[in-house]
Each structure stands twice: as structure tokens, then as C-alpha cells.
Design a binder for this molecule. Sequence first.
Ligand SMILES: [Zn+2]
Ligand SMILES: [Zn+2]
Length: 589
Amino acid sequence: MDDYLQRLRHTASHILAMAVLRLWPDTKLGIGPTIENGFYYDFLFTQSIKAEDLQRIEAVMQEIIDLDLPVKQVYKSREEAVKFYTKWDQPFKRELLEGIEGDRISFYVIGDESSGFVDLCKGPHVKRTGEVQAFKLLSIAGAYWRGDEKRPMLTRIYGTAFLNEADLKNFVKQLEDAKQRDHRRINKRRQFYLIDPKVIGSGLPIFLPRGAYAREKLEQWIVDLYKKTGHMRVYTPHLARQELWYTSGHLPYYKDSMYPAMKVNDDEVYYVKAMNCPLHIQVYKRLVKSYRELPFRVTDMASVYRYEKPGELHGLTRVRSLTQDDGHIFCTEDQILDEIVSLLNLAEKVYSTFGFSDIRVDISVRGGNKDKYLGDSSLWEKAEDMLIKAVQETNFQYETVPGEAAFYGPKIDFHVNDAVGRSWQLATIQLDFNLPERFDLSYTDKNGKQRRPVMIHRALFGSFQRFLGILIEHFKGDLPLWLEFEKVRVIPVTASHVKYATEVKAVLETEKIEAIIDDRDEPLGNRIKRAEEDRVPYIVIVGDKELSSGAVSVRVRNHGDIGLFAIDEFVAKLKEEIESKMIKSVFLK
Ligand SMILES: [Zn+2]
Ligand SMILES: [Zn+2]
């Protein structure tokens, strides 16, 4: 990021803290770093702060900016610094001091040291508060001190600053659009899923009928695609003995992300799985003996459980119980390239179906400290080269990212842009030379020699939870027809048209097009309005005119009335839209 912009935002975060102290002098201060697109500051308030208070804080910030106060660096010895934060009772700052080495500790002062604001900080900052021309406070959230749920919950105030008003306005507009698309907000109205931290637990979603329907369709489709590319479906249990996870290395390396062990007795301890890999390895062990069986591909729509930190949970896109379209390929070293190319092509097909644009690939390789990676260095090099070569054979834009590889192998990540240009990370294809080693996998080659297979982990949706969350945002809740739970709402004009409405519904349902009749005793206009509010893709109105001609009057979501259609024609059109997975109405092409 622009270095000046970074300094500007960092300075704005200090101005925020200064303003908060002017309003509420007893507030305890946490940290105030810059983040992507802005900054935040964490506070422990003596009273509760609401969104309405942000304007008051902004007004005081503006006063500080208008005074154009100098921002200066000063140093204190450790003793002075501790004394400073003891006299002015700031426990979090005292704790931060303990983590800083040396005896020359950097502070920044806004104004002068006796009446201004002094904050523990390495900088850098802009020179005067007046340089902050365009800023805005954005939101309030709770955040545990140091991300630790056993520590106090602080109040985090988010804000941003830009070089000028125009940039700020543009950003706020984008933010507003993203808010409208927030799947958690859309879900309140449309009820795709439910998450109830108090009753069920955080990050453990239930798919309600609407979300379950979309998930089921996605699953049927992806399983079919996998089968067509030679992946055989398997089913695996939700838990397995701890020894298995020690063999795989998930214990102890991944222990923090796994739910605690279940102890049946002293000899039997189980872990709920956070990964499927060790189980698919057992499939390989049982079924594969010779090179003739390679590549060996298995797929599994498998639920795993990962203990994500509370602060990282986010609607459906970051959960603790997730169902992956998981799969593993076991192959010879010579087969890697073809397998990766085939997966890349499949990914292209899957993502373009939803109209995601600008598909990009990151190839994560080892970084500087090569000791932290498991496995032989020459194997790693080979793996990294293969991934790069495979991506080069396709037409994806790509970037090599040093230091981002998982501890057990290099990987490919897919990034796509959604309808409003936001970037999302989707699938991962992970090469793995280490698990076959740990599980001592082998096959007999042409010459009768025992060889080690290579393992490839892959999931194209990632998880159904996350993928549906992203689809809801991408489509602003209006999913493509093939994923919609209620495709058509049939509205009879009066009670005398209910029989015909029932016939229309029956025709739709023989073609597997889900429809609901709204024959409530309410004015037609109200029922149409409700169907529109429910975001039903097609509203079909049947009265005398329609009855006499064997037709239906059709209204398209977000578009309105498109006129009269013979039932057969209407059904044929809808079938076409569903079967070809169109993302726009077939009538608006
Ligand atoms: Zn600072
Ligand atoms: Zn895996």
C-alpha cells in the first residue's frame, strides 16, 4: 500500500484514541493498527458505546485535525515508560511494554506532551494532524484483548482515511454495496440457514430448506462432474482414533484447530476429523496394489469440524462445521501434470458456471526458512515445478507466492471476482509428498519395484457452507433458478381459479420445477407484492383470460410483467434455464 496513506491512517487511529479520551477520560487503551482499507483502535470503555456515538467521536477528531497539531516521536526509557502507564492507569499498554525489547521505547505525541496525547508506537506517522483530510469512522465490534477469549472483551472502532474526499466517498459506496450483499443480512429475510451460538454453538450452521435445496443441487452437480473425471465416491466416518491423526501429523501440528479428544477408555481416544485425508489414504491402502490402478481418485462430500477462533467466525463463509467437496488423487510422479491440468480445467468450468470473472491462481511455495516444512527438499522442488508447469499449460493468470505453502506441500489457490469486483478465495489444490511417506503408501511399478505414490488434495467449492455464502453475496440472494427452492409462485386471481392454478402447478412439478400456490384470501396485488418480496424467480398469475387460453401470465424477478405464455412454452423455457444453469432469466436473454 501507498506508504503515505498508511502513515495517514495510522495517524488517524491515534487521533481517534485522543478523541475518545477527551470524551471519556477513563477509557483504557488497547492497540490501534492500520489494516487493509483503514485502521482500528481497541478500547475498554467504562460505559457502553453505540453506533450513534461515532458521530460525536468524529466531531472531536475533526477538532483535533482542525487544530493542525504536530505529531512527534519521543523516546522513554523502560522505567519511564512503565511509570508513565502506571501513573496513568493503562494496563493493556503496560502489558504491551513487556513485549517490547530494549530500553529506548518509541512514543508518539500529538500536540505537546503535557496536554496532548501520548501513545506507545513505533510509527511512522504524518507530521501534523491537519494532513488527515478525509476520514470516517465505520463500525463498532467486540474484540478480545489479544484475540484471546479468556481475556477481556474490548470495543473495536473501525475507521478509514483516504487522500481525498472523492476516494473516501467511493470507498464508502463500495462498502454500502457490500453491506447490501452481506449474506448474513440477506439471510435474515430469506432464511437459507440458521446459526444459534447460544443453543447450538458458534459456527455450527443448520441449513434451512432453502439453503439445503441449493446445497443439494450443488452437491449433485459437483459429484457428477467428479465422477465424469474419474473420481470415485466414498463415505467416511466423522471420527477416528487418535493414532491415525498422529500418523498423519495432524496431531500435534493441527491440534489447536481440532475439537478436544473423546476418551472412551484408556486405550481408545477419538478425534472428530478436521480433515479427510487419512481416511482416504485407508481407501488407497485397501484397493491399490499396482501402477495399473493409478491414478486413483476418490471424492467424498464430507463434514469436518475445525475449531476456528471466535473472532474469525463469519456467517457461512467461516464456520466450525463444514462440508467439503473433498477428494484425493494418488498418482505417479509422471502423472502429476495431467492430473493438475485436469483439475484446473474442472475449476474453470465450475467457476464460470456462476459467472465469476477474472479467475486467478496463486501458487504457494516455500519461503525463507525451509526448516519449518515437512519432507525432503528435492521432493518439494519437484512438486513446486510441477504446479507451475501445470498452470502454465492452462490460460490462468498466476502468481508465485513464496512462504505461503502449507507445512506438507506446495499448493494452488483460486481467486475469483464476484459481481461487484470483490475478490474471493475458492478452491485449493494441494500437492503432498509427505502423507504417502508417513503412511508408507506404495504401489508396484512396471518392473515389480515398490514405489511411493504422490498425493493431491483438492476441493473446488472449498466447503458448501462457504461457497453458498459467497453465492448469496455474488447474486445478492437471488440464486440462479436451478438452485432456487421455490422456482414459481402460482397466484389464482380469485377462488374460482384455484383449480386451474392446481393444474398449472401439477404440470410444473411433473417437470421437476418446484412451485407453490398462494390462494390466500387477500387482494391479488398484496399476494404479488409478497411474492416479489420473497424474491420468487417467477410469479405466474392465472385468471379467466389465462384459463380460457391454457396460458399463464408471467412476472420475472427484478423485471416485472412479461406477458402471456402458453403453459407448455413457459415450462420448456424454465427447463432450459434450469438445465443449462443460466444465471439470468431465460426470458431476458
Ligand atoms: Zn502509531
Ligand atoms: Zn486432504
